[in-house]
Every structure is written in C-alpha cells, then in structure tokens.
Design a protein around this ligand. Structure first.
Ligand code: NDP
Ligand SMILES: O=CCS(=O)(=O)O
Length: 253
C-alpha cells in the first residue's frame, strides 16, 4: 500500500528534497508552502512519478491550517506521514540587538505552525491507529551558538514537544521522530539574512555542508523502519561541523 505523505515547506530545501525521495518510493504526496508558483512547478515535476496534491498554505494561520485539513478531498484524508518541515531562522544578532519581529515570526512558524499541523492531523492518526510525525528540528535546539537565541529556543521546543508527543502516544501505532540537522546549504541562510545573497553564500564558503538530499534520505529512512520501531531522534552534522560555539571549520576540504 502506498503511503500518503504530507510535507510542509515543500517549496525548497529539505521539504522539496523529501518530496522527490518519497515520490521515488511510490508515495502519494500532499505538498504545501506559501509560494504557490514554486509548489505548482514542483507538483508538475512530481506528477510524472506519483499522485500529488499541492496547496498554498501559511502554517502560521491557525484557521487556514484547520480549513486546509478539513477540506482535503475524501481520498486524501488518511495521512500516514506528516513531515513538519516548514520553518526558518531570521537574523544572527545577539539577543540585546535582535529584532523582536523576527523572534515572533520564528515562534509563529517553527513552534505554533508545527503545533497547528500536528493538532489538526493527529486525531485522524489516533482514530486509524496509524501514522508517523516527522519533525524537522535542528542541532540549534541542543547546542547554543552566538546569535542562535530565539531560533535555538524554537528548535528546543520541537525537540521536547516531539518527546512529549511520544509520551502521549505510548502504546499506539503512531511514531514521532525529530530529525536534527546541522549546517545544510538550502535557502535557509538567504532567509536568515533577509535576502542578502552574499552573506548567505559566505556561510558555506570553504566548507562542505550537508545538502537537502542528505536530510531527505534520513527522513525517508526513519519512515521506512518497521512499524514497531520508533526512531526518536537523529542528529546529523557535516564533517566540517562539531559541537560548540561557531562550530564550523573554515578549513578548505
Ligand atoms: N538548512 C539548515 O542549515 C537547517 C535547516 N533546518 C530546518 O529545516 C527546515 C527546512 O529548512 P531548509 O530547507 O533548510 O530552508 P528553506 O528556506 O530552503 O526551506 C524552508 C521551507 O519552509 C517554508 N516556510 C517558511 N515559512 C513558512 C510558513 N509560514 N508557512 C509554510 N511554509 C513556510 C518555505 O516555503 P515558502 O517560503 O514558500 O512558504 C520553504 O519551503 C526548517 O524548519 C529549518 O529550521 C534545521 C537544521 C539545519
Ligand atoms: O538549524 C540550522 C543549523 S545551524 O545553522 O543553526 O547550525
């Protein structure tokens, strides 16, 4: 039986790569993000391989999230895997200078958006006694670095919420996994630096970061384990990174 997989933040980076990897193994896909054109073009490509439903959605809007889930066509309602991937970091300023608006946006997206999606889809999973919620956390949820402040805080929430979800779901056939990537080259840094491409490119200068495919393979691997096996969390870093402030080697590979 093919899995029905819903991926948030599928218009770029990890989400888009997850869509390709799940499609390659025959899943049916529901993809969402805010940028409708990007989604449509991805849906067009994916439709050569799998059934796909694309819908523009801003996960920060509670009503939109619940309406979206309620309005899913009858044959798309049984979601097997929810990949809570939509998220962002904004800014790298120290806490005394950081923008409060940026903090609010990160909290609204990374915490509240993830809550809304989970709360909207979990009752169906519980009713069917089947499902897998795969959250995209970050190493920033475990390890502090200068400027990580509110972003790290949101990902610490994702880590602890994932663990507590498991506690609520104990004994049920519903799995929860937190994937915690380190430095990965996607549009993440362009977004973090508010569109400053040069600043974003500098982050990946002379290092060999992770790429979106590395994380998509990890997500699909966690999903493919036998149903009684729950992968609680997976921390993934590139070899140029280790724990601690700054954490990245600027040595050329
Ligand atoms: N790259 C990295 O180094 C790491 C990233 N992460 C996490 O991985 C996840 C994916 O990021 P990544 O692929 O790297 O970055 P990208 O910027 O490439 O992708 C982020 C995705 O999230 C979507 N998104 C952002 N805000 C919203 C919103 N309000 N509603 C719906 N979708 C939204 C974006 O789509 P759109 O703009 O069209 O809405 C986009 O598809 C994030 O949660 C991030 O925190 C974790 C660790 C490392
Ligand atoms: O979540 C992103 C990874 S890092 O840039 O904070 O190390």
């Amino acid at each position: 039986m093919s899995l029905t997989v819903l991926i948030t933040g599928a218009s770029s980076g990890f989400g888009e790569a997850c869509a390709h990897h799940f499609a390659a193994q025959g899943a049916r896909l529901i993809i969402c993000a805010r940028r409708a054109e990007r989604l449509q073009s991805l849906a067009h490509k994916l439709s050569e391989t799998c059934d796909v439903l694309a819908e523009a959605l801003d996960v920060r809007h509670k009503e939109s999230v619940f309406q979206f889930v309620e309005n899913l066509p009858e044959d798309w309602r049984q979601i097997d895997v929810l990949v809570n991937n939509a998220g962002l970091a904004l800014g790298l300023d120290p806490a005394d200078k950081a923008s409060l608006d940026d903090w609010d946006t990160m909290i609204d997206t990374n915490i509240k958006g993830l809550n809304y999606m989970t709360r909207a889809l979990l009752p169906g999973m519980v009713e069917r006694n089947r499902g897998h919620i795969i959250n995209i956390g970050s190493i920033a949820g475990s390890y502090a670095y200068p400027g990580g402040n509110a972003y790290g805080g949101t990902k610490a929430y994702v880590q602890q919420f994932s663990r507590n979800l498991r506690a609520d779901l104990i004994g049920k056939n519903i799995r929860v996994t937190n994937i915690e990537p380190g430095l990965a080259e996607t549009e993440f840094s362009v977004v973090r630096f508010h569109g400053d491409i040069e600043k974003a490119q500098n982050v990946y200068q002379n290092v060999h970061p992770l790429f979106a495919d590395d994380i998509a393979r990890t997500v699909v691997w966690a999903s493919n384990q036998p149903e009684h096996v729950n992968i609680n969390s997976i921390e993934v870093m590139p070899t140029c990174q280790a724990w601690g402030p700054l954490a990245v080697s600027q040595q050329a590979d």
